[in-house]
Design a protein around this ligand. Structure first.
Ligand code: SAH
Length: 455
């Protein structure tokens, strides 16, 4: 059968792709259909064809899947933030588990994966402690804020995202109202004019502290005192900041941050450890799941109290401090200077003295230290961004020969690639545990334990 653009087809969805899209087959030809869920029979219109597969737009659900549910958010389909709201939560978990397993088998080349069941959430909404709202003018010249539509920078207006905290709404209303009142223009990506780029909001689930940071394309924010007066009246407000970003790029935060009101960091707690967090620092967005995930990382590290541990990509030292209580010594490495500063403060305020932090790239610090004979490690933990670990870093880890490697990952495809390399370097895959830290989206966290083979 030949397929062509604009052709209308009827297809049953038998699988789901890594971005949460439905996958249906007609005569062996694969079609990817956004917004269709596994089990649906749909009418779709082909928008693009390639040799072995094509893409189609969902036109009508002819027979809904038993796993289909009504998304609680009215703009779930347009907004690029959520991909899985139409799929019942237990089915989301199965989808994620299957994706992790598939990547470890196909990319990682490992059979008989020792997988523990995925750890999901009881209430999979309102879990995010951080939100970054872009600001722009709509086509009628009104200031809008919300989320980008999938793969574009078109803003879908929304101040009530169900993944975030309800307080976001009030904060956004105040900022947008202030901008309108004083005619403060939002940033215009097309020509680099205008002032306000993003509104960053952070919340401490345990402490109730709130930070608001306006990302601006300039040094000053007009009538900032009036704004700060209104924001600081909100319960929990503890920090109001300006971040200066004059770059013509997609990177949200600039390098410089100034304090407007309150303190320059907010604090939150994971387990019984307390952390200071700067606006630039990475902090896991789902603290409830993070606590369970760190406990798993600690379990896989199997510390007895005598070990030297390296925590690479350590952020503000969260995993480092969790490990420090059960290890002899922990070294952390992190590239963002403010995060390293936070990590040192956090070690002090939690009275942990057996930790030391280095600022720099993991793939530079570890090889350089090893060359100078300064690196010994019983356990190495890595928690890299989505692109995974640098090859040079993996080579150094293999040279250092720790007894165990704990790999924490937010992208199971790059995780699988790196696990394969470590596996070939004589580390066996002992355990894998996926965590659903991002319900309603297609993202998954994963903790992996590897053990050196003695031969
Ligand atoms: N383990 C921490 C942070 C994980 S996120 C936690 O659970 O909170 C990944 C971190 O790696 C971020 O803080 C990021 O700034 C840092 N990072 C990114 N590239 C890096 C590199 N090449 N070397 C060291 N750190 C890096």
């Amino acid at each position: 059968m030949e397929f062509y653009k604009d052709q209308s087809v009827t297809v049953t969805i038998g699988d789901m792709g890594k971005n949460g899209e439905g996958i249906g087959k007609i005569d062996g030809y694969t079609l990817f259909i956004k917004d269709a869920v596994i089990g649906d029979t749909v009418q779709a219109k082909i928008i693009k064809t390639k040799k072995s597969h094509g893409y189609a737009r969902l036109i009508q659900i002819l027979k809904p899947s038993i796993h289909r549910t009504v998304p609680p958010c009215p703009i779930a389909r347009q907004c690029g933030g959520c991909q899985l709201q139409s799929l019942a939560y237990p089915q989301q978990l199965l989808f994620k588990e299957k994706t992790v397993r598939g990547n470890l088998e196909h990319i990682g080349g490992i059979q008989d994966i020792p997988m523990e069941p995925i750890v999901g959430m009881e209430t999979p909404y309102n879990y995010r402690n951080k939100a970054q709202f872009p600001v722009a003018l709509d086509k009628n010249g009104r200031i809008v804020t919300g989320f980008y539509a999938g793969r574009t920078h078109q803003i879908i207006p929304n101040r009530d995202c169900l993944l975030g905290i309800p307080e976001n709404r009030q904060i956004l209303d105040i900022v947008i109202d202030h901008m309108e009142k004083y005619r403060i223009p939002p940033y215009n990506e097309a020509n680099g004019s205008g002032l306000v780029r993003h509104i960053l909001i952070r919340y401490g689930f345990h402490t109730g502290e709130i930070m608001v940071c306006l990302v601006i394309n300039g040094k000053h924010y007009p009538h900032v005192d009036r704004l700060s007066e209104r924001l600081s009246a909100l319960a929990g407000m503890s920090s109001i900041m300006l971040n200066i970003n004059k770059e013509r790029s997609n990177v949200i935060l600039g390098k410089k941050t100034t304090l407007v009101w309150g303190r320059p960091t907010i604090t939150d707690q994971i387990g019984d450890l307390r952390f200071h967090i700067s606006p630039q620092s990475f902090f896991q967005v789902n603290p409830q799941q993070t606590e369970k995930m760190y406990a798993k990382a600690l379990e896989y590290a199997a510390l007895t109290g005598n070990e030297t541990v390296w925590d690479l990509y350590c952020g503000i030292g969260t995993i480092s401090l969790f490990m420090a209580r059960s290890a002899k010594k922990v070294y952390g490495v992190e590239v963002i200077p403010q995060a390293v500063q936070d990590a040192r403060t956090n070690a002090q305020s939690n009275h942990l003295e057996n930790v030391e932090f280095f600022a720099g790239r993991a793939e530079e610090i570890l090889p350089a230290g090893y060359k100078n004979g300064k690196v010994h490690a019983d356990v190495i933990i890595v928690d890299p961004p989505r692109k995974g670990c640098d090859r040079i870093l993996l080579d150094t880890i293999l040279q250092v020969q720790p007894e165990r490697i704990v790999y924490v990952s937010c992208d199971s495809a790059t995780l699988a690639r790196d696990v394969r390399y470590l596996h070939e370097g004589r580390y066996s895959l002992e355990k894998v545990c996926p965590f659903d830290n991002f319900p309603m989206t297609c993202h998954t966290e994963c903790v992996v334990g590897m053990q050196r083979k003695h031969i």
